[in-house]
Design a protein around this ligand. Structure first.
Ligand code: PAF
Length: 279
């Protein structure tokens, strides 16, 4: 496994893999790797001849400077973890390498960015689109792998990919969970012991909510989820929304054959956690 930090070295390595006729699978990450990331790398290894992982904490997607400062970083541990996987090439650039000048591009994702994360984290998806479009252009992969835990991000990236006409195949991979159900996230590392224990209530509540669709209306179910979580002194719900998978339009009743997902963001102390389940 090789580690490169510049775009020039990245391109050299990718060219040599291309000459060997290997397809490129790309897993973009912000580091602080966990089993969720490793499952993406594993899937990329099954589907592609060469797996490239980027590790870059992208400043433009943080709408809160404190969140950016606190975001966990441990490049050496990440590299050690990746050595045990199918990853062949790690791209760990500096901020200057990705943004030699300020990225002023504004992307328009229409309604997709007006709900949920888009509403509560203004500018976040524009920053994600800036970095992902740059990384796609640098790596030029055949396939790119993203976790479904970031449900809305995945929808935005699919739209971005269509807008850019890259021809890259976007693969959404299942959320990986801790034994108590908490969705794996780099931010879990920031939870103290008591917060970590109580955070399991988020996914447990979502799983229980799925069983209540026969007896509760959408409005009642949303209220039940928020009240159940907010009763716990460690947790405060920012939003819980039931949306149509296709366009992320919030749904008001159970009628209609479209696929539905329940998405949640919860503040646990200083740490913001998100999760989602299919309904
Ligand atoms: O999901 C993430 O870790 C980030 O948003 C991504 C896609 C790597 C862009 O910085």
């Amino acid at each position: 496994m090789k580690v490169v930090c510049t775009v020039a070295d990245l391109k050299k390595e990718i060219d040599s893999q291309r000459k060997r006729k290997l397809s490129i699978g790309f897993v973009p990450t912000m580091g602080a790797l966990h089993k969720g990331h490793l499952s993406l790398v594993e899937e990329a290894g099954k589907q592609c001849g060469c797996v490239v992982v980027s590790i870059f904490v992208n400043p433009t997607q943080f709408n809160n400077t404190n969140d950016l400062k606190r975001y966990p970083r441990n490049l050496d541990a990440d590299i050690d973890m990746l050595k045990q996987t199918a990853c062949k090439l790690v791209f760990a650039p500096s901020v200057n390498e990705i943004y030699p000048e300020k990225d002023k591009r504004k992307f328009d994702f229409g309604k997709l960015e007006t709900v949920m994360e888009g509403k509560f984290r203004p500018g976040h998806f524009n920053g994600v689109a800036q970095v992902v479009s740059k990384l796609f252009d640098m790596v030029k992969p055949d396939k790119a792998f993203f976790g479904r835990k970031d449900f809305q991000q995945l929808a935005i990236i699919c739209r971005l990919n269509t807008m850019l006409g890259t021809g890259i195949e976007i693969i959404g991979c299942p959320t990986v969970r801790e034994p108590d159900g908490l969705a794996m996230s780099s931010r879990n590392k920031l939870l103290n012991e008591a917060q970590r224990k109580n955070a399991a209530l988020i996914s447990q509540t979502l799983f229980n909510a799925v069983k209540k669709t026969q007896t509760l209306s959408v409005g009642e179910l949303k209220k039940w989820v928020i009240e159940t979580i907010d009763k716990n002194p460690f947790l405060e719900t920012e939003y819980f929304e039931l949306v149509d998978d296709e366009n992320l339009d919030p749904i008001e009743n159970w009628e209609g054959k479209f696929n539905k997902t329940g998405c949640i963001a919860v503040q646990c102390g200083e740490v913001r956690l998100i999760d989602n389940v299919k309904f």
